[in-house]
Design a protein around this ligand. Sequence first.
Ligand code: ZN
Length: 75
Amino acid sequence: MLILFGFNTRVKELFRRQAVCSNCGQHASQRVDERSTRFTVFFIPLFTTRRRYSRTCAWCGITAELSKSEKNALA
Ligand SMILES: [Zn+2]
């Protein structure tokens, strides 16, 4: 019997917020994304194994990882 299983990563934009960028120091729009890695069987996602958050500055374009508490502080 053959069972196809694997992982799938999906990126979803959570929100945008005006904040001071830690890289360029500008007060600009910061986009917060969630990357969720899900376990799949026959390409059907069953459950999420990992969630990561990142912030992208609209002014300078830098992307930085965020912890869950940093993401909640921005929201
Ligand atoms: Zn910036």
